[in-house]
Design a binder for this molecule. Structure first.
Ligand code: IPE
Ligand code: IPE
Ligand code: MG
Length: 256
């Protein structure tokens, strides 16, 4: 055990790295199916264990003091999976909100949903509204749940909304700036992720935060999501701390 892992709950224990803690960590939780298949279990069992990993990871992120956590829970393209798997994932999301919302609320977490709300089953749509409404006043941490989320669709929706304003004569095309587009995304008002983590060894974004990731640090970890937790998160944070962010500028002078 390292010193970091022995830190008291509730104490910020940033990894000892020059870069410091990211303000916003986004996680592409991947590898549930492979975790289950490797054990001869149905894929759905991997998703169930994935929810437990999510609980562990969110608790650790709160203890470490991450201000904003985004989780990619279901993509616009995940509807193409077999109906039984899609239904199981919907069931798990509902159960997660029903079981964990009170605890998140008590812990001071504000829940925000990113993604397309249209055409969702009414019970899911209601739960999402309830989660946001109950926790709207919380300030300790923001949890962004990317659900039915696709970045290209999100950008296209923003473009359409702005085009409609122009067509209606309410907007000058010259006012369509990066800020105007960002303000129309479902992450409006949320700072861009500083760190994007993807588990399972896949090294791609899979339609996640294409706009917002412009200057995010990407960390790919070979661990399958159901095995994720505090230790793996600390490793990703330590890797982030070793990165040098330049945003197109020059490295900070170190003398010589
Ligand atoms: C991530 O695990 C969960 C979702 C995409 C909903 P996967 O289900 O993608 O697991 P693999 O990638 O098939 O192992
Ligand atoms: C991305 O994972 C979506 C989520 C983690 C929710 P996928 O497993 O769906 O992505 P691909 O198909 O491997 O690119
Ligand atoms: Mg996958």
């Amino acid at each position: 055990m390292t010193d970091r892992q022995e830190a008291e709950p509730g104490q910020p224990d940033a990894p000892a790295a020059p870069g410091g803690l990211p303000r916003h960590v986004a996680i592409i939780m991947d590898g549930n199916g492979r975790w289950a298949t490797a054990r001869g279990l149905p894929r759905v069992e991997g998703h169930r264990r994935g929810v437990e990993a999510l609980r562990r990871t969110l608790k650790a992120a709160r203890e470490i003091g991450i201000e904003i956590v985004t989780i990619y829970s279901f993509s616009s393209e995940n509807w193409s999976r077999p109906l039984a798997e899609v239904s199981a994932l919907m069931g798990l999301l509902k159960r997660f909100i029903r079981n964990d919302l009170a605890e998140l609320h008590e812990a001071g977490v504000r829940v925000r949903i990113a993604g397309d709300r249209h055409d969702l089953a009414p019970d899911i749509a209601r739960l999402l509204v309830e989660a946001e409404a109950l926790t709207a006043g919380n300030r300790r941490q923001t949890l962004v749940v990317a659900f039915n989320y696709g970045s290209r669709q999100e950008i296209a929706n923003a473009a359409r909304a702005l085009a409609e304003e122009v067509a209606a004569g309410r907007r000058d095309p010259a006012s369509i700036t990066p800020e105007a587009i960002a303000g129309r995304l479902s992450t409006s008002g949320i700072p861009d992720p500083d760190l994007i983590i993807r588990t399972s060894g896949e090294e791609r974004l899979s339609n996640f935060m294409l706009w917002q990731a412009a200057y995010s640090e990407l960390v790919f970890q070979p661990i399958l999501w159901p095995d994720y937790g505090r230790e793996a998160l600390l490793e990703a944070l330590a890797e982030y701390g070793r990165r040098e962010r330049r945003f197109g500028g020059l490295a900070t002078a170190t003398g010589g």
